[in-house]
Each structure stands twice: as structure tokens, then as C-alpha cells.
Design a protein. Structure first.
Length: 215
């Protein structure tokens, strides 16, 4: 199984380097970190280079939209895990745990959620290629920064979901104090509510249909 760790990044080359180092140090060799870098910020990453790290440079995109663009650009992977450039993966062979979790879901439709040091909710999720093909996205496209991981959690709970323990798959997130700015958070909350009301059930139906397929 080929695993893509997707990371939108801006103005944090050292954080991206630490993320890549942690993924390479803890995975069983199946994972590749793929960062989305805005073309007007590319110069900040000129000296970032690690085995197992790839960078996709494109027009400036907000984080959720960048994750979805990476999914479109990388159709050859079997599994997609979201990350951020101020996080580090800490559990050895976490990718094997993810592979086993996804393989245990009907039709490989479901969510494997990493344990992390934040609130008890999904922040770092793994989904299969079939999940991406079914919905057309990993990050809820209605939002830009926040709430999309909660959308993934709701869809996982409606299909299949496995919450990792600290010893199975742990991600440490630095969580800077300014990460939840009101001017970003509130609009995403409004958009997320709209998605829950008008589009959530359709997404669930698509995923449940895909989970019953054997191809």
C-alpha cells in the first residue's frame, strides 16, 4: 500500500522538514509526504529536501482546498492521510496500522483517525482511494480552514471508523495560539452547518453504496 501524507504549508519550511523527518522515521517505508506550496511562497522552501518528501507548487490555495488538489494530483496512492506543518508523527509503523484499519472496512470505505494531543475529535484522518473517488474530495470543499475534519468524522461514524490509541498511531500537534482565528473559524462554522443540513446525507449514501461494491 502506498500512503500519501498530505500537508498544505506556507511560511514554515522548518516545520515541514520536521514533519517529513518524523514520517520517514516512523513509517515502514510506504509513506510519502506531499506538500502543497503556493507559488508565491515557493522561495521559502528552496532548501527543503528530504527523501520521501515531494512538493507540488501551484496557485495559492486555502488549506482544505490544497488537500483536495493534492488528492487530484496524486491518483496513484492507495491511502491519504492529512497533516499540518506543525505536527510530528510519533508511532513506529503507524502506516501498517492504517493499512490494516482500512482493509477491515467494507469496500475500504471508512476513516482511521490518529490519536493526538488535542481535543477528543478527528484532526488527522486516513481514508482510502475509493473514498476519494466516491466523494471527489477528502476535505469538505465547502470550508477553507476548519471543520472539514469534523465532516470526515461524521461520515466515518455513518460508515466505518477506527479511533487509534496513543500506542497505535499518535500525532503530536504543536497548536500555535493563533491557529483558530475568529475571522477564519466563524465563516467555516457557518459553511459546515450548511453542509450538514443540505449535503451530508447525500455523501453518506454515496459512501454506503461504495462500501457494498466488491470491485
Amino acid at each position: 500500500m502506498r500512503v500519501a501524507v498530505l500537508c498544505p504549508t506556507r511560511d514554515n519550511p522548518s516545520g515541514l522538514s520536521r514533519l517529513a523527518e518524523s514520517v520517514m522515521a516512523t513509517s515502514s517505508g510506504r509513506a510519502t509526504v506531499v506538500a502543497y506550496v503556493d507559488h508565491d511562497n515557493q522561495h521559502r522552501y528552496s532548501e527543503v529536501s528530504h527523501p520521501g518528501l515531494e512538493m507540488v507548487v501551484g496557485i495559492p490555495r486555502l488549506p482544505a482546498h490544497a488537500i483536495n488538489e493534492l488528492c487530484r494530483e496524486l491518483p496513484g496512492f492507495d491511502c491519504y492521510v492529512n497533516a499540518v506543518d506543525d505536527a510530528e508523527f510519533e508511532t513506529p509503523d503507524w502506516d501498517l496500522f492504517v493499512e490494516q484499519g482500512l482493509a477491515g472496512f467494507p469496500g475500504a470505505i471508512g476513516v482511521v483517525a490518529a490519536h493526538h494531543n488535542g481535543v477528543d475529535a478527528v484532526n488527522f484522518a486516513a481514508v482510502s482511494r475509493r473514498w476519494i473517488e466516491t466523494l471527489g474530495w477528502m476535505a469538505c470543499p465547502d470550508v477553507a480552514h476548519f471543520c472539514w475534519d469534523t465532516a470526515v468524522e461524521l461520515l466515518g461514524e455513518a460508515t466505518s471508523i477506527r479511533y487509534a490509541t496513543e500506542h497505535e498511531f499518535h500525532v503530536y500537534h504543536l497548536r500555535p495560539e493563533n491557529s483558530r482565528r475568529v475571522e477564519r473559524f466563524v465563516p467555516d462554522c457557518v459553511q459546515f452547518l450548511g453542509w450538514c443540513i443540505s449535503r451530508r446525507k447525500d455523501c453518506i449514501a454515496k459512501l454506503r453504496t461504495a462500501s457494498r461494491r466488491n470491485d
